[in-house]
Design a protein. Structure first.
Length: 959
């Protein structure tokens, strides 16, 4: 009860090992494996370890459980669902301006005050006040004005007292005699404090409910549910109370830890300040997106979360009777992982009591980083950790960047041992950290010549140009603003800035959150002519820009831009048929669902995308796989003309013959390296009905998986379904490693009225029930499948693709499946909400012959090599902290499949651009490398000054 239990437990673990009994029915674990066993997703058939009795104390005073105290897993899932919208990327982006404002007030206040106050200021106290103000704004729609007044709000002190008493009651309940004594002594004290806390929570929530406030905050979605009767007033109050306690105090603690350890660690302060001051040329440039990309700052935050975790004691769960870290734990036993002990174990971290941010950056570091789980893991992990940016990380990154940019900080007491002076009662009672700030002595006028971090990382991956033109980050921002201002002057109705709803809608209309950046403005051209003029303005301003059509390509930098102009093609949605209806003119701003529903009443089709949500523009300039490819070739093979805005702003029409014949060829799969296509003229052909079959099976059954793979192998054999030019199929094996789930999917398409196509007979013979069947019948409109699949295009997660191709030999098919399972499961089982899918996409000899007959394209694949499989690896996840691990995993899977298939002479040297990952180089595989020199020459011809090469964001650059 002295606030040092974390150290006492650590001492006992050193004496007794990775598990010991703390009290009669309580076990503490201190191993990496125990994190997953206690808090992670349980294996199939095993119940969750639910929260322990402690949470009844935590939630006392409210008539319902909240996101923090609810012990029932199903009820918790419902409550979590109600709150998730508050922590979405869209919500957090709208909240940044408010957080910026609060930290600006804080920074302006603490610097001068620290110099004017003898002995400096207690930065801990000021962090508590600032985070409490921010949480007041976000949870109740109004600040507590602590920073403004320089005083703790009484509720902040009440919360800290409330936590102390919860800790006291929690300790007493462990020992029956003391618990009985406590029931006589404590009620009047604890109930009084508890009632004050819950009463004030209710008062603030009622005020928030009465407010006519349209501003987005944590409770916006919940308020509407309360007013509709879907959620009770009491539940809303309980949630708000938890957000205030958990959100403000934990962030203040971590910020305090960072300041203390950074100022105490030689070289750390200098390196952090150097990174920040070389990245920004002015205080006004600092924003969350860029601050969150500073690698050393991120390492500093991670190391502070490790060395001084907010939840040092561990969060109790109740065993249902399971094995944890090799020990059977009977049902009803309370268990937890001692967070403090596991991160200070030298078996997990070298020199564990030393503050070493470099350990989070050094790929050669052998520390077991999974030992640090500051947000916990599993379905009860911190609700904010699965966003693109967690709210806490936004707060910390903005605060630290602004403080370090503007001031030089020093500890007053350089001998302070802050951890020893602090006490932990559930959360920390933090000892004062007296600090003083001086104005930054030198703000460099010439900044480090480095690209924006996002662009630099993408360039290393081979995705984005790292031309010296962009070396000056300040120049980048200035040129972007200049271009936006000039565009707004000429096209005021088509330019949108960050404060507008249209800006937010267009800049986030991207399927993978890895690709959502922060442009200076969004330009929506309403005509090809206005786009041509815009290109000239952008060119003159020397601004970076990016072009977004459907938003599907998950390559950072391909469709959005930092500090530049994002061109959204949404309004370029031409749809026209020529007089005899043989040619459809289609704008790039449409989806294939838009196109197909327009053509279907005419009994027509075009050779477009398989998924209705995919955009027209991106698919066609990358090649394009279609349901009709075995008779029509790649999607681009049926294009007869392009309308293109060139690098000089001129608009031309490129056809197979004439002045721009070379440009026409280059656009057949050459991506956006030559101009911006504003219209595609495609051949139409008659199609009405189609057989649509297949569905989803449970792949966790070994027999079902064996039958599925055998069916696909039979389909790919000579004389099998792949040789029927009307048949189109995708076979997908999907895994959710954290839950152990496996899904097998077959998507079957056959135009016409054959209700039982022989091509798919091996799949029809699979002896296993569907989880979700497709119709398995002839549908009156062939558009049914792409429109159905459009419903699966859900935004909101992080996503990466990678392409790998191989022979249709059964050995190669098995290699792909086994490699994905072997390499992905160990990594992704530790990453909540992650999935991986491998899609087998047959590219038939008929397909390649149809492509060749159309007049060729830049892919230039030889039909004489025969049929192959274009494999697509898709990984989704939710936490930005896992980006590096996911990227490395994807590359490893591709390399391993390549090595293993090459060893059997089964590798096919082709990377399909629309499926490629950021580190892949598809152009080098086109035509066996023959296409690349010609493509470079055409690019130089139409872009002699390098506008598209150096200023346009690319998915894949012609190097």
């Amino acid at each position: 009860m002295g606030g040092r239990s974390h150290r006492a437990i650590e001492k006992q673990h050193k004496k007794y090992g990775p598990v010991f009994r703390v009290s009669p029915n309580e076990l503490s674990f201190a191993s990496v494996d125990s994190w997953k066993a206690i808090y992670g997703f349980p294996p199939p058939g095993q119940p969750h370890l639910v929260k322990g009795e402690f949470y009844d104390i935590y939630g006392a005073g409210f008539k319902t459980g909240c996101i923090g105290s609810e012990r029932d897993p199903q009820q918790h899932a419902l409550k979590k669902k109600n709150l998730l919208a508050a922590f979405s990327t869209k919500a957090l982006n709208t909240q940044e301006a408010l957080v910026q404002q609060c930290w600006d007030q804080f920074v302006e206040k603490v610097g001068p005050l620290s110099r004017e106050t003898p002995g400096g200021i207690d930065i801990v106290k000021w962090f508590e006040m600032a985070t409490f103000d921010i949480l007041g704004e976000m949870a109740f729609g109004e600040s507590f004005h602590c920073v403004e007044t320089g005083k703790h709000h009484f509720w902040l002190d009440l919360i800290l007292e409330h936590l102390l008493e919860i800790s006291l009651v929690d300790n007493l309940r462990r020992f029956p005699f003391l618990a009985t004594l406590g029931r006589w002594i404590l009620p009047s004290l604890t109930v009084n404090v508890r009632n004050k806390h819950t009463g004030y929570s209710r008062e603030k929530v009622q005020k928030r409910l009465n407010a006519q406030n349209t501003r987005h905050d944590f409770l916006t979605n919940m308020v509407s549910k309360v007013k509709s009767g879907e959620v009770s007033h009491e539940e809303l109050t309980a949630h708000a109370s938890t957000l205030i306690i958990a959100g403000g105090e934990t962030t203040a603690h971590t910020l305090s830890s960072i300041v203390f350890y950074v100022l105490k660690t030689p070289g750390c302060r200098e390196r952090l300040m150097s990174e920040i001051r070389h990245h920004y040329s002015s205080y006004e440039q600092i924003d969350a997106t860029s601050a969150l990309q500073l690698p050393y700052l991120q390492a500093v935050i991670q190391e502070a979360l490790r060395i001084h975790p907010s939840g040092a004691q561990g969060f109790p769960r109740t065993s249902p009777g399971v094995i944890i870290d090799g020990h059977y734990v009977p049902a009803g036993t309370e268990v937890y992982t001692s967070a403090w002990t596991v991160v200070h174990d030298d078996a997990n971290f070298h020199d564990p009591y030393a503050f070493k941010p470099e350990r989070w950056m050094d790929p050669a570091c052998n520390d077991i980083k999974d030992a640090s789980q500051p947000f916990s893991l599993g379905y009860r992990a911190c609700i904010g950790r699965n966003s693109t940016y967690s709210f806490a990380f936004i707060e910390m990154a903005l605060c630290l960047t602004k403080l370090a940019y503007k001031y030089d900080w020093e500890l007053v007491d350089k001998a302070l041992d802050w951890e020893a002076a602090s006490r932990c009662y559930i959360m920390w009672w933090k000892a004062p950290i007296m600090a003083v700030a001086s104005e930054t002595s030198v703000l460099p006028s010439v900044r480090m010549k480095s690209q924006n971090v996002i662009l630099g990382l993408a360039a290393l991956a081979g995705a984005v140009s790292a031309s010296p033109t962009f070396a000056d980050a300040a120049g980048l921002a200035a040129s972007g603003r200049r271009a936006c201002q000039q565009l707004a002057s000429k096209y005021p109705k088509d330019v949108f800035f960050p404060q507008s709803e249209t800006f937010h809608t267009e800049s986030t209309a991207i399927y993978s959150e890895t690709c959502i950046l922060s442009p200076s403005c969004v330009f929506e051209p309403s005509s090809t002519a206005s786009l041509g003029s815009a290109v000239q303005i952008i060119r003159a301003a020397r601004s970076r820009f990016a072009v977004r059509a459907g938003g599907h390509m998950p390559v950072p930098g391909a469709q959005s831009v930092e500090s530049g102009v994002m061109i959204a093609l949404s309004k370029l949605n031409t749809r026209n048929l020529n007089r005899d209806k043989t040619i459809a003119s289609i704008g790039p701003g449409q989806t294939w669902e838009d196109v197909y529903t327009w053509l279907a009443p005419e009994g027509l089709a075009v050779n477009g995308g398989r998924y209705g949500t995919v955009g027209v523009g991106g698919l066609l300039v990358g090649g394009g796989i279609s349901y009709f490819s075995s008779t029509k070739g790649w999607g681009c093979d049926t294009i007869v003309a392009y309308e293109v805005v060139l690098a000089d702003g001129c608009v031309v029409e490129a056809r197979a013959h004439g002045k721009y014949a070379d440009l026409f060829w280059a656009l057949h799969g050459g991506h956006n390296n030559f101009g911006i296509v504003t219209r595609f003229d495609l051949k139409t052909f008659p199609v009405t009905s189609a057989f649509i079959g297949g569905g989803l099976w449970d792949g966790s059954d070994t027999s079902t998986q064996t039958q599925f793979l055998s069916a696909f192998e039979s389909y790919m054999k000579p004389g099998g379904g792949v040789d029927d030019p009307n048949a189109a199929i995708s076979a997908i094996i999907g895994l959710t490693p954290s839950t152990g789930a496996k899904q097998l999917t077959s998507l079957q398409f056959y135009p016409g009225n054959d209700s039982s196509p022989r091509a798919f007979e091996n799949f029809t013979a699979i002896d296993a029930p569907f989880i979700q069947p497709l119709p398995g019948a002839v549908m009156p409109s062939w558009t049914a499948l792409p429109i159905l699949l459009a419903q699966l295009g859900v935004r909101g997660s992080r996503e990466i693709y990678s392409s790998v191709s191989f022979s249709p030999d059964p050995r190669a098919i098995r290699i792909a499946n086994e490699t994905v399972t072997e390499l992905a499961v160990p990594v992704l089982s530790e990453i909540p909400n992650s999935t991986i899918a491998f899609t087998y996409q047959p590219v038939s000899k008929d397909w390649l012959q149809a492509s060749k007959a159309s007049g060729n394209n830049v892919l230039d694949l030889d039909p004489n090599r025969g049929t192959f499989i274009a494999g697509l690896i898709t990984i989704t996840w939710t936490d930005a902290a896992d980006d590096v691990a996911i990227n490395l995993l994807t590359q490893r899977i591709v390399r391993t499949i390549e090595v293993r298939t090459r060893a059997l002479d089964l590798y096919y040297p082709f990377i399909y651009l629309n499926d490629a990952g950021p580190a892949q180089r598809p152009f080098e595989t086109y035509g066996g490398g023959r296409s690349l020199p010609k493509l470079r020459a055409i690019r130089a011809k139409y872009d002699p000054q390098g506008l598209l090469l150096n200023y346009l964001g690319h998915g894949f650059l012609l190097e």
